[in-house]
Design a protein around this ligand. Structure first.
Ligand SMILES: [Zn+2]
Ligand SMILES: [Zn+2]
Length: 369
């Protein structure tokens, strides 16, 4: 079928919104009409050449939609069902899947492999030219073909725009607290970087009754939103001495848990500097390829620090996404406050300019059908 999609042909050039071909779903795959797709920074690294991917590619990995058709053997969803996209569709059988860590599934091992469906081919093409799928989701498009395990059913009464944000930022942020770090009630939490994911780390910290919850960013707009979503203290890293302020707020101790949620060497260093003895640094932000951090080894030893990576919040999407939907319904997670701007697919380059300029909260591409 012919669909409209936003294609990245070359870094440093705008996405091209054009008609491309999408083949029908094969065995174990699902065709979904995309309803909403979030404007996440992870895609942006590839647009500006900070990270490399197989090109051309349809970007977009945070989304939700309505099942249009299913391929042979699909049993967990049917046409008409609403689904959240899980950008780590997993095999269900490898050592990680069977030990409760589906986000590390061996079938999703490399970024290169993830430019294709699980069978190693693409459903997207333009005439004879194959077009790659961004991390097996490719939802900056009117329709997407996903693996069955990439479709998490969601109740039809739940707004699809909110469901879309559960596809990446809400799950990554909230589950970084609940699953990766398992922050106990009463622990102090500092969050470095309060974009779409960082705001959800703050919501996660509020959910487990962390105290204090310190939001750190260079933009007052992000900090205001952070306060609205549960931060008890805010620090503008552009104008204040972050370490001194964190020590003041934590009675000279530093934070029990610090989360790096921007994706950069400098912010990782900040997260490292502000954690207390025996504390845990959690790396959540997606840094560009090759970026490194220079933590002092002796400090890790003397302070007995733990440094943890958090990929997709260590979430089990089939369990955790329905939980997040429930929490949102009960008013314990505020997804509406995150969704600050709406765009049509044709406006996607503007959406990324707004992200780059630091507009607070999440932008969402909405698809009128
Ligand atoms: Zn994302
Ligand atoms: Zn697996």
């Amino acid at each position: 079928m012919k669909i409209k999609a936003a294609v990245l042909y070359q870094p440093h050039q705008p996405l091209v919104v054009e008609e491309v071909d999408l083949d029908p779903p094969k065995q174990g795959e699902v065709l979904v009409r995309v309803a909403a797709a979030g404007v996440c920074r992870s895609d942006y690294h590839f647009m500006v050449g900070e990270s490399t991917y197989l090109l051309p590619v349809v970007l977009g990995h945070e989304g939700a939609g309505i099942v249009e058709a299913v391929g042979e053997g699909v049993t967990t969803v049917k046409p008409g069902d609403h689904v959240i996209f899980n950008f780590v569709p997993n095999c269900g059988f490898c050592v990680f899947c069977t030990t409760g860590r589906p986000n590390l599934c061996e079938r999703s091992a490399t970024l290169q492999q993830r430019a294709f469906m699980l069978d190693g081919t693409t459903r997207l093409h333009k005439g004879a030219q194959p077009i790659h799928h961004f991390i097996r989701t490719a939802c900056f498009a009117e329709y997407a073909v996903l693996a069955e395990s990439g479709c998490i059913p969601v109740d039809k009464g739940f707004p699809l725009e909110h469901a879309a944000l559960i596809g990446c930022s809400v799950t990554t942020g909230v589950c970084a607290v609940l699953r990766t770090a398992q922050v106990p009630s009463g622990a102090s939490v500092a969050v470095v970087g309060c974009g779409g994911v960082g705001l959800n780390v703050i919501q996660g910290a509020r959910l487990v009754n962390a105290a204090p919850i310190i939001a750190i960013d260079i933009r007052d707009g992000n900090l205001n939103l952070a306060r609205q979503l549960g931060a008890t203290h805010t620090i503008n890293a552009g104008t204040e001495d972050v370490l001194r302020r964190v020590l003041e707020i934590t009675n000279g101790q530093g934070a029990d848990y610090s989360f790096e949620v921007y994706g950069g060497s400098h912010t990782a260093q900040t997260a490292f500097d502000i954690v207390r003895r025996g504390g845990t640094v959690v790396i959540v932000g997606v840094a560009p390829d090759g970026h490194k951090a220079g933590f002092e080894l002796i400090t890790i030893l003397r302070k007995e620090l733990t440094i943890k990576g958090s990929y997709y919040g260590s979430a089990r999407p089939r369990v955790d996404m329905p939980l997040l939907v429930r929490l949102a319904r009960e008013g314990r997670l505020d997804i509406g406050a995150l969704a600050q701007r709406r765009y049509r697919l044709e406006q996607i380059n503007q959406a990324y300019r707004d992200l780059e300029e630091g507009m607070p909260g999440r932008g969402i591409i909405v698809f009128p059908h």
